[in-house]
Design a binder for this molecule. Structure first.
Ligand code: MN
Length: 233
């Protein structure tokens, strides 16, 4: 192909027990998918259907091979961690029924939906898009993918993140309001899923700020944990 400029790079994630890498297409994120987190954000979890926002592929930070570093982004004074179970799509499809949805999952990983909370909430309260709060470069550190073939499907187990060794978020993925299967089915009614799509399934309560130099350790039971440092000034 004769491109006029260099094409964008392919962003990819490691795969546990494999030399192959998973190429990232789009990143869909589920909003307020744990009741206690919806409440801490000032919303009623019982009255909302799932909703989604997106991050660009260049949000991807492969968090494998020990400690990974992300920059403290510009234009925020309230940079938050959101620990999330990540499901990645191996097989695309539209209007996927719930009972077939998990057939589209290639594997699972631990991820952080890093958020400029001050910008997000200002946008939310003004009825504007969340983009500058959520959709920025290097805002999605994600660990190695464990293949369904290796670990099966995850429906329960601890999800947690600590900062500098102190517990911050600590919950269980069984508390997801919309399961991985339900999220895939719902999303696929609005947008055909494609191989390489990544779904960040939402965060439990306890979101809070990090500052330069902080080290986050994120974990989901059964998956490879991630260690992510916020770069100092
Ligand atoms: Mn999130």
């Amino acid at each position: 192909m004769n491109y006029a400029i260099d094409p964008a790079p392919v962003y990819s994630l490691a795969i546990a027990n494999s030399d192959a890498r998973f190429p990232v297409n789009r990143i869909f994120c589920v909003g307020r998918n744990y009741a206690a987190h919806a409440r801490e954000m000032g919303r009623d979890p019982d009255r909302e259907k799932p909703f989604f926002f997106m991050k660009p592929a260049n949000a991807t930070v492969p968090a494998d091979g020990g400690e990974t570093t992300i920059p403290y982004p510009p234009k925020t004074a309230n940079f938050h961690h959101e620990i999330e179970l990540v499901a990645v799509i191996g097989k695309g499809g539209a209007d996927i029924p719930v009972e077939r949805a998990l057939e589209h999952v290639f594997g699972y990983a631990v991820g952080l939906d890093m958020t400029r909370r001050d910008i997000q909430l200002e946008a939310r309260d003004k009825g504007r898009p969340w983009e500058f709060g959520k959709s920025f470069a290097k805002s999605a550190p994600i660990g190695p993918i464990s293949r369904v073939a290796d670990v099966g499907h995850l429906t329960e187990g601890r999800i947690a993140v600590s900062v500098n060794g102190a517990p911050r978020q600590d919950s269980d993925i069984s508390k997801l309001i919309w399961s991985v299967a339900e999220s895939i089915a719902y999303l696929s009614e609005y947008e055909a899923l494609e191989p390489g799509d990544v779904i960040m399934t939402g965060t439990p309560e306890g979101v809070n700020a990090v500052v330069a130099g902080d080290v986050m350790i994120g974990e989901v039971a059964g998956l490879t944990p991630i260690t992510v440092r916020v770069r100092g000034a």
